[in-house]
Ligand binder design. Structure first.
Ligand SMILES: C[S@@+](CC[C@H](N)C(=O)[O-])C[C@H]1O[C@@H](n2cnc3c(N)ncnc32)[C@H](O)[C@@H]1O
Length: 239
């Protein structure tokens, strides 16, 4: 018995690792979330499929229920794949699942994925660090668990680039908070459905980005690297 915690990447099926494909090919059962692209499930030909993500109008399973399913499946089968979008350890709750499994004596193998936080900006030509412009990067959630006793996200990050995941719902209030610590004219780039055919890129500033039409899933990238992205685009357009 072994459970593979596997990252599925940000959506483009060509951004899945060979190790993820090999794990899917071996899987007796695949436990998966809502993925940007379900095409990669084809590698798990013949495996039992258990969906634990959120569908429109339906509630997603609680993390404790997912842990229970993984433990049950892990005890029953030789090879279980737990498939998650992006990387399992970047806002994927992979650490919690791993600890729950290990606590029950079930071994875990880890297969990293291309995280949307970095892979999506790279695919559009937005370097999250850039010599002379940005030497630090903060990846942060835009939707902190409201049941937490104390807020951990304070928005006063002393960093050159901020990448916000799950940042659409609270975009306006988060931009307001960041403006307390950064110039309101700081450039912002939002990438919706990165690496997918319906990808959209919207640019603006801390001041005006929340007024634009933005839909999830999206990344919000803040900092002078957005100007580097614009320079790269201009050079590309000249080709
Ligand atoms: C629960 S987090 C999971 C992140 C994932 N583990 C990763 O490493 O990319 C979901 C958030 O990731 C971001 N995201 C995931 N896929 C994306 C994509 N293809 N384009 C833009 N943002 C994406 C969005 O901010 C979305 O709200």
């Amino acid at each position: 018995m072994v459970v593979y915690l596997v990252g599925a990447g940000p959506g483009d099926p060509d951004l899945v690792t060979l190790k993820a494909i090999k794990a899917l090919e071996m899987a007796d059962v695949v436990v998966y979330d809502r993925l940007a692209n379900e095409e990669i499930l084809k590698y798990a030909n013949g495996s039992e499929m258990i969906y634990v993500g959120k569908r429109a109008g339906a509630h997603s399973k609680k993390q404790e229920e997912i842990n229970e399913i993984l433990i049950e499946q892990g005890k029953k089968h030789d090879t279980v794949v737990r498939l998650k979008g992006g990387d399992p350890f970047v806002f994927g709750r992979g650490g919690e699942e791993m600890m729950a499994l290990l606590g029950e004596g079930i071994p875990v193998e880890l297969v990293p994925g291309v995280t949307s936080a970095i892979g999506v900006p790279t695919t559009v030509g937005l370097p999250v660090t850039h010599r002379g412009v940005a030497t630090s990067l903060t990846v942060v959630t835009g939707h902190e668990d409201p049941t937490k006793k104390e807020k951990q996200v304070q928005w006063n990050y002393n960093t050159d680039t901020i990448v916000i995941l799950m940042g659409v719902g609270h975009l306006e209030e988060n931009m307001r908070e960041i403006k307390k610590h950064k110039d309101p004219q700081t450039p912002v780039c939002v990438i919706e459905n990165g690496t997918m055919p319906d990808e959209r890129i919207i640019t603006g500033t801390l001041e005006n980005i929340a007024q634009k039409d933005i839909n999830p899933p999206a990344l919000v990238i803040i900092g002078p690297v957005v100007d580097v992205f614009k320079s790269i685009k201009k050079l590309e357009d000249k080709l």
